[in-house]
Write a protein that binds this ligand. Structure first.
Ligand code: GLU
Length: 481
């Protein structure tokens, strides 16, 4: 394909947030466009005024922006293009390819039931087929006159040829009696008018495609290529839904996932390039082709997403994560003004100290928020084990040395603790664990001396002094917590 000729679109209906399936459809379209140097168009399918909301439009744009999926044209709104659909409807009507249907919803329902009861297909029975004019001002819907014989083959780039019998396609509605075009009609008018070369969408739309092909044919328009991507399933192999957990892309942001990890994960959800798992964006663009999209449903695997996110967390620029960590601290309950008062370089150092143990930014924020807590809540079991009177006496003796350290750095602290333990003939662990529990409240944390440096001399020593006040060498106050 020569560069620049590819034109694809993502066409969400703004009736909710951007969900995982929609995001993957958007991503595949975006990657395909970028791979071919083509154009990626964003079209908002908002003809259904009752279900479409501005809030959803915003949520979808925010979701795409967070993932970094920028569009070259749009957002184009169908609601602003009614003249186009009307013009095409008139062409179909003038060419005898469509007709007015005056059947009321009640009549249609009664006939549908009757057909089902008699074991016939419940499709529209073509009663109004002979009608080319509306009658007085009774509500009328415009129906397509489908080809009664033969078959329509969808040449799908993912699934191969899928054949439909035209006799099974009914004369579906193109324009409803309120003048609003249906999805199957508007989508064709738009895809043709926008010069879409490849329609890449979820394979739940395969049954719509032969209907859309009929519209293309009736309007004398060339067909685009179709690529229907298999659905995403939950671990129980049912279609991914809220009951499987978060399905909104922005919920992943809130849970502390990185957009590049989510993009990498979604790209691999139904597409493969050998057995490579981690891809830079450039690699995804370079390798993405529709031939490598699988034709069986993909199963959403939270564990794999967590694993990928942890990989990205470990390698991302700490300066970038520093700001994201700030957001997460606020979400975990650290007051915003406290977070704002921290320096970016300090936050970046926290990232480096804590990220090895975290799968998400949320976990990173939760495991590090004790840095702000005054007083830090102490696990009683840890205190009982490590804050013995002996350890307390040793820490009291160590405190003045920590106060006097010229620089409160991890290296200087380590040298000080080691020298002290050697001098006293004790294991480093005795004073180190007692300090860790006092500062973090727990027995497990990132390396102690890094934590001390991050807390800073003032806060670290204040915590130690609070637990082991001078002048009371035999009974550390910790026993009274
Ligand atoms: N608005 C449709 C949807 O959200 C678009 C389907 C298509 O891409 O044709 O499912």
């Amino acid at each position: 394909m020569s560069p620049g000729t590819v034109r694809v679109r993502f066409a969400p209906s703004p009736t909710g947030f951007l969900h995982v399936g929609g995001a993957r459809t958007a991503l595949y379209n975006w990657l395909f466009a970028r791979h071919h140097g083509g154009t990626f168009i964003l079209r908002i399918e908002d003809t259904d005024a009752e279900r479409s909301t501005e809030e959803s439009v915003r949520a979808i744009l925010d979701g795409l922006a967070w993932l970094g999926l920028d569009w070259d044209k749009g957002p184009i709104r169908q609601a602003e293009r009614m003249d186009l659909y009307r013009a095409s409807a008139e062409r179909l009507l003038a060419g005898g390819r469509a007709y007015w249907c005056l059947c009321t919803p009640e009549e249609l329902e009664a006939r549908r039931k009757e057909a089902l009861a008699e074991g016939r297909s419940p499709k529209y029975d073509g009663r109004c087929r002979g009608r080319s004019h509306r009658k007085d001002d009774r509500p009328a819907a415009l129906r397509i006159r489908t080809e009664p014989e033969g078959e329509t083959v969808v040449e799908d780039l993912v699934h191969g040829p899928v054949t439909f019998q035209n006799a099974d396609l009914d004369d579906f509605i193109l324009v409803r009696s309120d003048g609003i075009p249906t999805y199957n009609f508007a989508v064709v008018v738009d895809d043709a008018e926008m010069g879409i070369t490849h329609v890449i969408r979820g394979d739940d739309h395969i049954p719509n495609t032969p209907r859309q092909i009929q519209v293309y044919r009736h309007l004398g328009l060339p067909l685009p290529r179709f690529a229907h991507i298999p659905l995403i399933l939950g671990a129980d192999r049912a279609r991914l839904s809220k009951r499987h957990g978060a399905t909104s892309v922005m919920a992943y942001r809130e849970m502390g996932y990185l957009p590049d990890a989510v993009v990498n994960y979604l790209a691999r959800l139904g597409w493969a390039h050998g057995d490579q798992e981690i891809f830079s964006l450039e690699e995804l663009i370079r390798h993405f082709t529709l031939e490598k999209v699988g034709n069986t449903p993909a199963v959403f695997d939270q564990g794999k997403l967590d694993w990928l996110n942890a990989q990205y967390l470990r390698t991302a620029d700490p300066a970038r994560l520093a700001d994201l960590l700030a957001e997460q601290w606020v979400l975990t309950g650290v007051p915003a003004e406290v977070v704002t008062a921290t320096e970016a370089a300090w936050r970046a150092a926290v990232v480096v100290a804590f990220r090895e143990r975290a799968k998400t930014l949320r976990e990173l924020a939760e495991s590090s928020c004790f840095l702000f807590e005054v007083p830090v809540p102490i696990d009683p079991e840890a205190a009982g084990k490590h804050h013995t009177p002996e350890a307390g006496a040793l820490l009291r003796e160590l405190l003045p040395r920590l106060e006097a350290l010229p620089a409160f750095t991890a290296a200087a602290l380590e040298a000080c603790y080691r020298g002290f333990a050697e001098e006293k003939g004790i294991r480093l662990g005795v004073v180190a664990q007692a300090t860790r529990v006092a500062l973090t409240g727990r027995t497990v944390s990132p390396p102690l001396f890094e934590i001390m440096a991050l807390l800073g001399r003032e806060r670290a020593l204040a915590r130690l002094r609070a637990l082991f006040p001078a002048g009371n060498p035999l009974s550390p106050s910790v026993g009274k917590l």
